[in-house]
Design a protein around this ligand. Structure first.
Ligand code: SF4
Length: 76
């Protein structure tokens, strides 16, 4: 669920993700890994609303992903 302080949404495409875990290495406070090495976004769903304070970590994670499985959708 989005809140007033949401500035963007982080989206994970599980079809593209191959579990290399580089997103977690780039943003360990934002993205956990499950027991098989696949990412868990905040809330453990495929999309996570981001506050301004989480945006830099989300950008770092997105840039670290070699298969473009992460995407940031910004609010207007
Ligand atoms: S870096 Fe990309 S491919 Fe690797 S676990 Fe994260 S989202 Fe999946």
């Amino acid at each position: 669920m989005s809140t007033d302080d949401t500035v963007a949404t982080l989206l994970l495409n599980p079809t593209l993700c191959d579990g290399r875990g580089m997103c977690h290495d780039a943003a360990p406070d934002l993205i956990e890994l499950d027991e098989w090495g696949y990412p868990l976004l905040p809330g453990h769903t495929l999309r996570a609303d981001l506050t301004k304070g989480q945006l830099k970590a989300a950008e770092d994670a997105t840039h670290a992903c070699p298969v473009l499985a992460l995407h940031i959708e910004r609010r207007r």
